[in-house]
Ligand binder design. Structure first.
Ligand code: AMP
Ligand code: GLY
Length: 438
């Protein structure tokens, strides 16, 4: 990329994902000033936090003009689905600023499960069979459920902060659930449409693609741990830990993913005239060695980013800038041959009610470690908890068990009243590894 004497970068968001982006971007000699809106206590150690909300497009515009921002990286899905890019593209004073993140139309891959299902079907991307029902079709939905074999997967069409998927063990329960979703608007407008989907039995993993709409690069894959409790028990969360690489994502599996999923997805967007510059997070189920898509997201994952970025040797700014400008052709991903494991440190009670404002102790205030903050904020001269998922501790190592040890070492150095984390992140893959070798 051409020499740019003053490259000011703005990251939108306040999670561990955004802290990891800030950490990796800071390592690039191309970045001059780094801003995060609104950021957290962790990002304040390595960048300038600006107290502007992720959906306050007018204020973000003013910020971009004031700080002469040359690249915007949008972390979360909400502003993308709300039309972040479209807002910029429609305003001549900011429409030249390169943005990482798709427009409203492309973000529908995540914003509407019905849209993404139809998109997959149009482009022959392998996925579970599904039927969509609208709020006036409860009767038809109940009849259809009668013909399904449990477990039955119900998905609210719209964004529901990761809570819109219900897996019912029986037809009776599925009927109850779908009635609540369609008629009592269990997830508000997000469940005005509901998909009834076939259950896929397999192991999940996520693959991340950065595309400029024509070309793409594939980032390291990761496995997320969604349930709150050890041994994958209890309610779903935003993710309680992640591991990369994923042992069963061997070259032959990844080739299937690229040929059957990634290529048709990127080509499909292009054919449909959807200009897509940003990340595509592909949630996959490995069913007996065959990949099926369970969801697309229009962004990177959290906590997956906290294991994906530490494994990348590339200058991230170079890649992001190229994707945002449509110049990704020829770029290659260089991956560190090491394992990364991240453990999410959460507030006691999460994902249900929890208390905030607990004083956190034990971390290195210089911010040079791979301890990424999510729900934290500075209060007086202390750092306090400010969310359900508070921090993620990433460890790296030549083996999976070494990386797990490092992550847990880092996790155990942190304290606050009520801290909770899973103790088994990576254990299942460790077992899989020993089975494969033995
Ligand atoms: P999603 O929000 O689409 O990622 O769904 C949340 C979780 O539900 C996924 O991570 C899977 O564990 C599970 N899930 C979604 N769709 C299916 C499916 N068709 N079969 C089995 N599990 C599923
Ligand atoms: N960890 C799952 C997600 O970011 O959607």
């Amino acid at each position: 990329m051409p020499y740019n004497p003053d490259m000011n970068i703005l990251i939108i968001g306040n999670g561990g994902r955004e802290h990891a982006f800030a950490w990796k971007i800071r390592q690039s000699p191309l970045c001059t000033n780094l801003y995060v809106a609104p950021g957290n206590a962790g990002t304040s150690l390595i960048a300038e936090n600006v107290n502007v909300g992720v959906e306050d497009f007018e204020k973000i515009k003013v910020l971009c003009l004031q700080k002469k921002i040359a690249l915007v990286v949008v972390g979360p899905e909400v502003p993308l689905v709300a039309g972040f890019r479209d807002f910029f593209e429609n305003d001549p004073s900011i429409n030249k600023i390169p943005i990482v993140g798709p427009g409203k139309e492309g973000a529908q891959l995540e914003g509407s499960k019905d849209f993404s299902k139809q998109f997959m079907l149009r482009h022959n991307v392998p996925t579970a069979k599904a039927r969509t029902f609208h709020s006036h079709e409860t009767k038809e939905a109940l009849q259809y459920l009668q013909t399904c074999t449990p477990p039955i997967v119900l998905k609210a069409d719209g964004l529901a902060a990761g809570k819109g998927v219900i897996i019912s063990p029986s037809i009776a329960e599925a009927k109850q659930e779908i009635t609540e979703m369609l008629e009592q608007k269990k997830f508000g407008d997000a469940s005005a449409k509901v998909l009834v989907e076939e259950f896929l039995d397999g192991i999940e993993l996520s693959v991340f693609v950065l595309t400029d709409g024509e070309n793409y690069v594939i980032l390291p894959e990761a496995k997320d741990y969604k349930r709150i409790g050890d041994g994958d028990t209890g309610p779903n969360t935003g993710g309680m830990g992640a591991v990369s690489p994923v042992i069963f994502a061997d070259p032959s599996f990844m080739k299937k993913v690229e040929d059957r999923v990634i290529k048709p997805t990127v080509e499909g967007l292009k054919k449909e005239g959807i200009s897509y510059r940003g990340f595509i997070f592909v949630g996959l189920m490995n069913v007996k060695g065959e990949p099926y898509v369970i969801e697309y997201n229009a962004r990177m994952g959290d906590p997956e980013t906290e294991v994906v970025l530490p494994r990348m040797e590339n200058d991230l700014v170079e890649l992001l800038d190229a994707a945002a400008k449509g110049e990704l052709k020829g770029h290659k991903i260089s991956i560190r041959n090491e394992f990364a494991v991240t453990v999410v440190l959460a507030s006691g009670g999460y994902p249900d009610a929890f208390e905030k404002g607990k004083v956190i102790t034990g971390f290195l205030p210089e911010g040079q470690s791979t301890l990424f903050h999510s729900g934290t904020k500075n209060q007086d001269d202390k750092v306090v908890t400010n969310g359900g998922r508070v921090m993620t501790a990433t460890g790296m190592g030549n083996t999976l068990s070494k990386a797990m040890e490092k992550a847990y070492q880092l996790a155990s150095s942190i304290q606050w009243d009520g801290i909770y984390y899973r103790k088994d992140i990576g254990q299942d893959l460790l077992k899989l590894e020993s089975t494969n070798q033995g």
